[in-house]
Design a binder for this molecule. Structure first.
Ligand code: HEC
Length: 143
């Protein structure tokens, strides 16, 4: 029974496999970030991190959270450092209109390596775009 349940979950996971992060050349990634990091971050974004619940699969956006893949930012400058910061801290203590704590806003469930990888994934999807914001136009942070 338990095994059958696991099988069903496995099939469900396979069926809704999230879109893969775009393949960016190493030179286009922030310093110290690898393609393996963005791939791992993809898993956490759609998995334990639960970011897709609000930001949509592939960061496409939902009613609960803004798109992250369009390369437009409201709360910060879109730098890798800022993405790491917001992924790690959100805005602690903030609540939605129903006065419910907002998951994004609490302490993250991700460990420190996972935070870096999720931020790397968001960096990658936000720079793949539709050509309107070519990655070459967004300088990698020098820090
Ligand atoms: C419960 C819903 C929810 C979850 C889960 C969530 N977010 Fe958010 N996130 C939001 C909302 C809502 C905003 C916009 C807040 C605002 O505009 O004040 C936001 C904003 C952001 C922003 C800034 C967007 C901008 O335009 O400046 C980033 C980056 C971000 N989230 C990343 C993440 C990551 C990474 C995760 C997973 C670790 C995550 N979020 C999980 C709801 C969520």
């Amino acid at each position: 029974m338990v095994r059958a349940f696991g099988l069903v979950i496995g099939i469900a996971l396979l069926a809704c496999r999230p879109p893969q992060p775009p393949a960016l050349a190493p030179a286009e990634l922030p310093q110290g970030v690898t393609q393996a990091d963005t791939a791992a971050g993809n898993g956490f974004f759609h998995g334990v991190g639960g970011c897709n619940a609000c930001h949509g699969d592939g960061g496409a956006g939902t009613d609960e959270g803004p798109a992250l893949a369009d390369g437009r930012w409201k709360l910060g400058d879109g730098s890798y450092e800022w993405l790491v910061h917001i992924t790690r801290h959100g805005g602690y203590g903030m609540r939605d209109r129903g006065d419910e704590p907002v998951a994004m806003r609490g302490p993250t469930v991700l460990d420190s390596v996972q935070v870096l990888q999720v931020a790397a994934y968001v960096w990658a999807i936000s720079r793949a775009g539709d050509g309107s914001s070519p990655s070459s136009a967004v300088a990698a942070p020098s820090r």
